[in-house]
Each structure stands twice: as C-alpha cells, then as structure tokens.
Design a protein around this ligand. Structure first.
Ligand SMILES: Cc1cc2nc3c(=O)[nH]c(=O)nc-3n(C[C@H](O)[C@H](O)[C@H](O)COP(=O)(O)O)c2cc1C
Length: 147
C-alpha cells in the first residue's frame, strides 16, 4: 500500500513523531515536510497520515495551506488519519480533530481516532512515553487497514 506521512514541525518534535509513525507503517513509507507540498504529491497514495503542531488552537499555518488545497472528492478512496503535538494545557486546542475533518471532507476514510502527543514546552521535548504512544497509534492504523 502506498503510504505517505505529511508533517509540519517548527522545532523538530512533530518530525520525530512523524518519522517513528512512518517507520511503523512500513519501510516504503516516507515522511515528508508539508511546506510547499502540492496535490501532485498525493498521486497514487492510498494511506495518508498528516500531523503537525497545534498553533493557536488549530493546525499550523503551513498545514492549513496544504489542507486548503483539498476539495470535495480529492481524497476519495484514500484512507487517512491525523495527529498533532500539543502542550499539556487545560485548553490546548485540537488540531488533529480539525485535520481529520478536513481529510474526511475531502472524501478520505478515517481509520484511526485523531490523537495528540504531548510536548513539555513550546520547543519540546516530547513528554515521556509519547513516542511509544505514537508507535502504538501507528500500529492501530496497520490493524485497521488489514481488518
Ligand atoms: C505560534 C505557536 C502557537 C502555539 N499554540 C498552541 C496551542 O494553541 N495549543 C497548544 O497545545 N500548543 C501550542 N503551541 C505549542 C506547540 O504545540 C509546540 O510548539 C509543538 O507541539 C512543538 O512541535 P514542533 O517542534 O514539531 O513544532 C504553540 C506554539 C507556537 C510556536
């Protein structure tokens, strides 16, 4: 299955998560930064995972630019999932849910619940156990697509 992980990352934390998820999804899976990415990069992709930091309670500006290219049906027949990285705040915002909605609106079938992985501060590091949580979440995607 042709799989792509598209991520945004200001300080490297989401990149680390994205690369761990890509490794778990299979050796052919690439993790690519979202900056400047066009819809042509999705040609032939059957499983799309997107992830980025919560920035101001929503997906980061670069991720919003990427998602804004989608129209109804862009992702028809594509399976997809979304994650974010976020602070341990009472009101942290939910970028993963918003990204998953955007993928779904474009016609994708969401195969894993949107999830947030915690960083200890704006620059990181990832909180203890979050990398392992990300690998387990990727494993749930593998299980879902082989069901
Ligand atoms: C401009 C800006 C806005 C942010 N807004 C939020 C926010 O609303 N909620 C939150 O939990 N974290 C927020 N953060 C913290 C980011 O979630 C954190 O920097 C990010 O997860 C780190 O991942 P990265 O290294 O991949 O960028 C913000 C960070 C920046 C720089």
């Amino acid at each position: 299955m042709s799989t792509l992980v598209v991520y945004d990352s200001n300080f490297g934390n989401t990149q680390v998560i994205a690369e761990a998820i890509a490794a778990e999804l299979g050796e052919d899976t690439r993790a690519v930064p979202v900056a400047g990415l066009g819809l042509d990069s999705l040609t032939g992709v059957e499983l799309l995972v997107v992830g980025g930091p919560v920035n101001g309670w929503r997906p980061s500006p670069r991720m919003q630019t990427f998602l804004a290219q989608f129209s109804h049906g862009t992702l028809r027949g594509v399976r997809a999932a979304a994650f974010d990285t976020r602070l341990r705040l009472f009101i942290h915002g939910d970028a993963a849910g918003k990204m998953a909605h955007a993928l779904e609106r474009a016609g994708a079938h969401i195969v894993a619940r949107p999830v947030g992985f915690v960083v200890e501060g704006t620059h990181g590091p990832l909180a203890a156990g979050e990398l392992e949580k990300a690998v387990a979440w990727a494993g749930s995607i593998v299980s879902a697509i082989h069901r």
